[in-house]
Design a protein around this ligand. Structure first.
Ligand code: URA
Length: 266
């Protein structure tokens, strides 16, 4: 069959509708493009044959190991302000080029409970604070139900909140394995500087990154683990609860478990 303008047009429209249905509602790429760098690169000429690029593997390799650099920078940070500055200066994560703000933390640094989420979304990127969008509002309501909140002046009833990644991934995509690995040393240092009694691993990305497990969050939620010598509780992410309201029953059980644990700790 010879495709006519009409069938091409119908086909293109159907493809576009399909992409919109999948959630692709902005016409931008997955990764930020550094157009300043592109401008200086040689433009391909129309008649150039497609020859494979010569890869000089030694030159292509980054000069340093991002995870090792992260460890060194994190360990050298003596307090939270220094850690935030180190994360802002960390050169290996390209997400910073597409993000508006570094999202470091919110809540009370003397809180007994530290929550670690995944990565900032649109609202968090705009306000430079973790969990301030719709999922964050649900998180506030969940903890308020057991008398705990990020604004509480009482450290027993307070929360301190951060994320695995401090920069928003484009289109809220999942953080890659490399991104998670390079920020893990910063998160571990963040935990030791805040020194909470309990860590809440909010969602799959947080639990799998910090516990280094491939077990699904629905299997490990509600069970106590040890992280850096302190109790850590994986919970279902509030964004998941917004999509699966029936799972709020499990989240409530986990909040009661947390409340009971707090009573047993000195
Ligand atoms: N989801 C997260 O995991 N963290 C945020 O800060 C916001 C949404």
């Amino acid at each position: 069959m010879i495709a006519s303008w009409d069938t091409d047009w119908e086909m293109a429209r159907a493809c576009l509708a399909w992409q919109v249905e999948l959630g692709a509602d902005e016409a931008i790429c997955d990764e930020p493009v550094n157009r300043y760098a592109l401008e200086n690169s040689p433009k391909p000429r129309l008649n150039d044959k497609a020859t494979p690029a010569k890869v000089d593997s030694a030159a292509e390799k980054p000069a340093t190991d991002p995870v090792q650099d992260a460890r060194t920078m994190a360990q050298a940070s003596g307090d939270l302000a220094a850690l935030e500055a180190a994360m802002a200066a960390f050169p290996h994560c390209e997400l910073r080029q597409g993000a508006r703000n570094l999202v470091f933390s919110d809540g009370q640094p003397n809180a007994r409970i530290m929550i670690i989420g995944e990565a900032p979304g649109r609202e968090e990127d705009l306000q430079a604070k973790p969990f301030v969008g719709e999922a964050g509002q649900l998180l506030n309501r969940m903890f308020a139900a057991i008398g705990i909140g990020r604004d509480s002046p009482n450290s027993d009833r307070a929360l301190y909140i951060t994320n695995i990644l401090p920069w928003r991934p484009p289109q809220n995509r999942d953080p890659s394995a490399e991104e998670r690995a390079m920020f893990r040393p910063f998160v571990l240092r963040h935990i030791s500087l805040v020194d909470p009694d309990i860590v809440i691993l909010m969602g799959r990305v947080s639990a799998s990154t910090l516990l280094e497990t491939s077990e699904g969050i629905t299997r490990i939620r509600g069970q106590w683990h040890e992280l850096d010598g302190r109790p850590a509780l994986p919970m279902l992410h509030p964004a998941y609860l917004l999509r699966n309201p029936a799972a709020k029953r499990e989240a409530w059980a986990d909040l009661l478990e947390l409340q009971a644990k707090l009573r047993t700790l000195p």
